[in-house]
Design a protein around this ligand. Structure first.
Ligand code: AP5
Length: 227
């Protein structure tokens, strides 16, 4: 990572397999630095819940643990990136996931006179990912993430952030689907580590440690790229 160009609206990418902690870290960065978390997984789940055309096409693909088509995901990301709050800077969580998406992102940012400040690879062991994902649940009201073993609310069943008491688990967090998601990551997304290495934007973080330690390393990268 060269860290030399400071843009008005920083763009960070979090790369990593399912369960690496992309969402956990993106939400922490959003709170600490005022950046906007753009999770294509969340945007697709919202499209499924709303029953949009894109959501109808995406539903079965997501439940099988495969990647939704580049065309659908790029269109969703393009629309979200054009919303005014993204002028504060963004953390891309789960996008890009293919070389076609990475090239589309380069073109979208070039149109906006922006560039990628850092692409951070969260590096983890596959075996640990199954444990992380199978223990995961979120607050239905605000989306705050928790884990049966690693991150429990102060009062069991009550969200620390908003006080909500309904917790949900994702439909694609079953063991067999997690295996397909990991396979898709290694075949289609892991090559992006080399893509960003070549552009000089890549940083690697050992994401097997504690959530707060990883957040501190990521925070240092954000501070460096935002000056
Ligand atoms: P998406 O929603 O992006 O899911 P994912 O990439 O599989 O990632 P996860 O959300 O499962 O994990 P995470 O890395 O965010 O980990 P988290 O912080 O939750 O995508 C879902 C689906 O949508 C895809 O399968 C695909 O079908 C489709 N899709 C999305 N984007 C797409 C795209 N660009 N192109 C095509 N299709 C796309 O952490 C996991 C758990 O571990 C939590 O409980 C957390 O509390 C805990 N935890 C986190 N960090 C730590 C730590 N350091 N130590 C211990 N526990 C931890």
């Amino acid at each position: 990572m060269d860290g030399q160009t400071v843009t008005a609206a920083p763009v960070l990418i979090l790369l990593g397999p399912p369960g690496a902690g992309k969402g956990t870290q993106a939400r922490m960065l959003e709170e600490e630095f005022g950046l906007v978390q753009l999770s294509t997984g969340d945007l697709l789940r919202a499209a499924v819940a709303q029953g949009t055309e894109a959501g109808k096409k995406a539903r079965a693909v997501m439940e099988a643990g495969e990647l939704v088509s580049d065309e659908i995901v790029i269109a969703i990301l393009r629309d979200r990136l054009a919303e005014p709050d993204c002028a504060r800077g963004v953390i891309l969580d789960g996008f890009p996931r293919t070389t076609v998406q990475a090239q589309a992102l380069d073109a979208l940012l070039a149109e906006r006179d922006q560039r990628i400040d850092a692409a951070v690879s969260l590096e983890v062991d596959d075996a640990a990912m199954v444990t992380r994902i199978s223990g995961r649940y979120t607050c239905a009201a605000c989306g705050e993430g928790y884990h049966d073993a690693f991150k429990q609310p102060a009062t069991a069943g009550t969200c620390d952030k908003c006080g909500g008491t309904e917790m949900t688990r994702r439909a694609d967090d079953k063991a067999e689907t997690v295996a397909s998601r990991l396979e898709a990551y290694h075949a289609q997304t892991a090559p992006l580590i080399g893509y960003y290495d070549k552009t000089g934007a890549l940083a690697r973080i050992d994401a097997m440690g504690a959530i707060d330690d990883i957040a501190a390393e990521l925070g240092a990268i954000v501070k460096r790229v935002t000056g």
